[in-house]
Design a protein around this ligand. Structure first.
Ligand SMILES: Cc1ncc(COP(=O)(O)O)c(C=O)c1O
Length: 451
């Protein structure tokens, strides 16, 4: 048993029993009422995965309005990595909001923003001089990284990769690969965006060097280094299917960028902050990006995002060119400082690697018995299973959706992803007790057997 097997979670109120408990079917009557109100009041484009109305969350569970306690294997899409309502975050947020809630950093700056920038400059890969700028969402950070790279290089083109996901704003939709649901009908998209093939070892069968050669050749022929401001890539792709590039792919692309005056941007919005068992996934691959975008896990659930990178690139913009009314809000900064403290002092990198051991061990057992599990991949608490038709190797999105739906009905929140919709991704909070993680995987195994 790990030391947190018996954890209960302080929420500033009662502790939450760390158990899966279904007292109604999913959704229960109170959640159903809320879903009806949602359908009437909230735009249809804003979807949801689990039909429950959350009222509390912590450790490894989300409790709904009907009293059901669901196992959380999604962390609100990789956000509550340190756990929901982490006590240090709760205390920091309460203290800050009582002090002041907003002045706008561009009007009268405050220390916590500067402290977050200092912390990011320190913990992101590379020991060169770095600077940071703070924003509200991942997409906003990506938009700003592209602005900064264009201003610095005085070039315009940007290369993103097959299966890549970078957000839902206009520029980030253009960078994102998948049409449905992210782009369909929302064009026209920003110009000067080009796409290169990603290393996808399970499907392309190429080594990292071969995949990089192919990508670089396409970039040189179809864009040209003289026109190219930046290459943006997720070191491990998130929404695209938790695709881990073959060894050597990322360093080769990075070397080419360095040799050709192209800014290499690592989008670590999903992979950052201990999620992969390293502070940043770039560390796993031994690369030092020029710019790195972060969000999600950065502030324990509060909205904050950042661009961090080489000081000379970050400083290319004129004063007033970067920012926004809320970017680096003091409450979010207080939460980020508490979260970063937790990442650095609570053994969370080790915890993510322990979780990797449990997830890959259990999923491998399932794979041995079931050829519909084509691939298991990922690092740390970011592991996925890709489902296929064993006869053809083709992606099986219907099976994937059926398994995910059955899991949620049984009180286990799992998320799907992948260009072909055939991947279940596991993103548990690092605060999940081992026993709950195992129980969640028992439910997944049973759902697969029954599907
Ligand atoms: C790699 C990556 N980039 C960008 C984004 C967009 O972040 P946000 O939803 O905060 O705008 C996401 C969100 O899932 C992401 O995973």
């Amino acid at each position: 048993m790990s030391s947190i097997d018996t954890l209960t979670t302080p929420l500033g109120g009662p502790t939450l029993p760390q158990e899966r408990r279904l007292v109604t079917s999913i959704p229960g009557p109170r959640s159903q009422q809320l879903l009806d109100r949602k359908a009437a009041a909230v735009a249809a484009g804003v979807g949801h995965t689990a039909p429950v109305h959350a009222v509390a969350a912590g450790g490894g569970v989300i409790v709904d309005a009907d009293g059901n306690s669901l196992i959380d294997l999604g962390s609100g899409i990789a956000v509550t990595t340190i756990g929901n309502a982490h006590p240090k975050v709760v205390a920091a947020v309460q203290a800050q909001i009582a002090q002041f809630s907003h002045t706008c950093f561009m009007i009268s700056p405050y220390e916590s923003y500067v402290e977050v920038a200092e912390a990011l400059n320190r913990i992101t890969p590379g020991d060169h001089v770095k600077k940071s700028a703070l924003f509200n969402s991942g997409a906003e950070a990506v938009e700003n990284a592209i602005k900064i790279a264009r201003k610095y290089t005085k070039k315009q083109a940007v290369v993103a990769f097959d299966h890549g996901y970078h957000g839902r704003t206009n520029l980030t939709m253009a960078l994102t690969a998948k049409a449905m649901p992210y782009k369909s009908g929302f064009g026209p998209f920003a110009s000067e965006i080009y796409r290169a093939p990603m290393s996808y070892p399970y499907r392309d069968g190429l080594t990292g060097a071969e995949a990089a050669k192919k990508a670089i050749s396409i970039i040189e022929k179809q864009v040209g280094a003289d026109n190219l401001a930046a290459v943006i890539i997720e070191p491990i792709q998130g929404e695209g299917g938790f695709i881990v590039p073959a060894e050597g792919f990322l360093p080769a692309v990075l070397d080419w960028c360095r040799a050709n005056g192209v800014v290499f941007i690592a989008d670590e919005i999903q992979t950052g902050f201990a999620r992969t068992g390293a502070m940043f996934a770039s560390d796993l691959f031994g690369i030092v990006p020029d710019l790195i975008t972060t969000a999600k896990g950065i502030a324990g659930g509060l909205p904050l995002a950042a661009v961090t990178g080489r000081a000379e690139i970050m400083d290319a913009s004129h004063a007033g060119g970067l920012g926004g009314t809320y970017g680096g809000n003091p409450v979010a900064c207080a939460a980020a400082l508490a979260a970063i403290d937790a990442f650095e002092t609570e053994g969370l990198l080790e915890r993510a690697r322990e979780i990797e051991g449990v997830l890959t061990g259990r999923l491998s057992e399932i794979q041995i018995a079931d050829p519909r599990v084509g691939d298991i991949r990922g690092h740390g608490a970011m592991i996925a299973a890709e489902f296929i038709d064993p006869e053809t190797g083709d992606p099986d999105a219907a099976l994937t959706a059926a398994v995910a739906k059955a899991c949620i009905a049984q009180g286990v929140i799992v998320l799907t992803c992948g260009t072909y919709g055939n991947v279940i991704r596991f993103l548990p909070p690092l605060s999940i007790p081992d026993a709950l993680l195992h129980e969640g995987l028992d439910v997944v195994a049973e759902a697969l057997r029954a599907a």
